[in-house]
Design a protein around this ligand. Structure first.
Ligand SMILES: [Fe+2]
Length: 230
């Protein structure tokens, strides 16, 4: 599996290109904003962008969808139905976070209506990308329609903003629910083997085993409803 990470947006979000080495079929998981480097990487490496795969509808994960789709119009756009409303409301999301229009330029925000969604993720479906197979798992709690994508033979899971090294996603934004997020993490992520590598939407990689044993939100050390990141 090819994995190329780009850290984008004022929120230091991890945008990733994931591809099958043999077939060169690729998807971009969560394009945070327009990036010439991202588009160049896909072209220069002979990758065929099959999908823009969105873990959830927050602005720092979907903000680059419009431009990336313009550059690769054959790519399908996938998101869970539960986050469709949030996706469509991209332009008004900064206000939801308390960010006024006077700050947009400084933060690099220039949101126009995102392109139409091609298809909705279905919980428990297998998504094919060349020789790779991703188990799609609905993980609500950070948002209503958050999904994680697990490649089982490769033991890699892309978790968006559900889980971070030593932390979890925030649950104080619309659609967030703390108990639901903990339940989602336990049932959909920690049910994977300990040696699965966890690729989060912000910050460094970790493993299922490390989070299971040391993440204070999951071991019971922490009992708060405040996670990190958008
Ligand atoms: Fe988020």
């Amino acid at each position: 599996m090819i994995i190329k990470q780009f850290v984008l947006t004022a929120f230091q979000q991890n945008t990733r290109v994931v591809a099958c080495e043999r077939t060169r079929r690729a998807m971009c998981i969560d394009p945070g904003e327009q990036s010439d480097g991202l588009e160049m990487y896909i072209r220069d490496n002979g990758l065929e962008l099959q999908a823009i795969a969105l873990t959830h509808g927050h602005l720092d994960h979907i903000g680059g969808t419009r431009d990336l789709h313009k550059a690769f119009p054959d790519a399908e756009i996938l998101i869970h139905k539960g986050d469709e409303e949030m996706y469509s409301a991209l332009a008004s999301q900064p206000l939801m976070l308390g960010i006024g229009p006077d700050q947009f330029a400084a933060l690099g925000f220039d949101y126009k209506a995102p392109p139409p969604i091609t298809r909705y993720w279905q919980h428990d479906e297998m998504y094919e990308l060349g020789d790779l197979r991703f188990s799609v798992r609905h993980c609500p709690g950070h948002t209503r329609g958050h999904v994680v994508l697990a490649e089982l033979p490769e033991k890699k899971v892309f978790v968006g903003d559900c889980l971070f090294l030593g932390s979890i996603g925030r649950t104080d934004l619309p659609g967030g629910k703390y108990e639901q997020l903990i339940e989602s993490i336990n049932s959909q992520i920690l049910s994977l083997d300990d040696d699965f590598v966890v690729y989060s939407g912000h910050g460094p990689e970790t493993t299922v085993g490390r989070e299971r044993t040391t993440n204070p939100f999951l071991t019971g050390v922490h009992n708060t409803n405040k996670g990190r990141f958008v």
